[in-house]
Design a binder for this molecule. Sequence first.
Ligand SMILES: Cc1cc2nc3c(=O)[nH]c(=O)nc-3n(C[C@H](O)[C@H](O)[C@H](O)COP(=O)(O)OP(=O)(O)OC[C@H]3O[C@@H](n4cnc5c(N)ncnc54)[C@H](O)[C@@H]3O)c2cc1C
Length: 257
Amino acid sequence: MTQPLEGKPISFWIDSTPTTTFPSLASGITVDVAIAGGGIAGLTAAMLLKRAGKTVAVIEARQIITGTSGHTTAKVTSLHQLIYADLIKQHGEEKARLYGESNQAAIERVAQFVAEEQIDCDFKRTSAYSFAESEQDLSKVKDEVEAASKLGLPVSFVRETSLPFAIAGAVKFDNQSQFHVRKYLLHLANLISGNGSYVFEGTTVQKVEDGEPCRVITNQGVVQARAVIVTTNLPILNEGLYLQNISQTLLHYWCSD
Ligand SMILES: Cc1cc2nc3c(=O)[nH]c(=O)nc-3n(C[C@H](O)[C@H](O)[C@H](O)COP(=O)(O)OP(=O)(O)OC[C@H]3O[C@@H](n4cnc5c(N)ncnc54)[C@H](O)[C@@H]3O)c2cc1C
């Protein structure tokens, strides 16, 4: 017999924080860097650029942190299920090491922002696990431990976790973290606007024209910028063949339906 799930069908992070009310773009502005998309990638880039002395405009089509970033599991970790054995096999040890190191650096970047800006976002250091329930799958876990260890990551093999059921074994990464992703990002967003920098909501980027300056065409007007960063998660410009690939993939799915 099926049982109804308790709770609300909404992201906890969105439900437990205030709605944002950043303005839409009202008139043409000029900044050093325009950033399309107000998720973790866009807000982090904006924060780092503003700290480096640049003026920025984050341009968000809907409301910031309501896209993928507002719907995550909010773990900040280098352990992504089982990935390192596969990365080494497919791309070699050097690239796999770079991937691991950049993920470790990202954890420290978040931790530093939290400490420096005193962000009240339930940030907590904790271990991350990927586990196998059956002995059958244990070899994959052991391969992952060996691969991550070779790359210098903080890994160990364990048979015990705090899970309320028995497991065959797990990959454990020490000193990873978790946080309230919206509390964290709302704090960053509030530090971005001001002194010639902006966060715009309800402003959709439609086109980017290269030039000096570049022109970011939105449904609310034009933003001029020396550089443009697109952090919309899914590509919005027909650059780098991504859109073509996606449309071909979709076409393939539709045709094979
Ligand atoms: C279910 C789920 C759980 C996850 N859990 C984790 C996790 O625990 N830990 C982790 O590290 N990663 C996790 N991830 C992956 C991670 O969440 C994403 O990689 C990350 O949040 C993406 O951030 P982003 O800023 O690139 O995109 P988003 O957060 O999606 O932000 C992109 C923004 O761009 C805006 N936008 C789109 N088009 C336009 C346009 N034309 N003009 C202006 N704005 C536009 C969107 O409205 C959106 O707000 C998870 C992903 C999913 C799907």
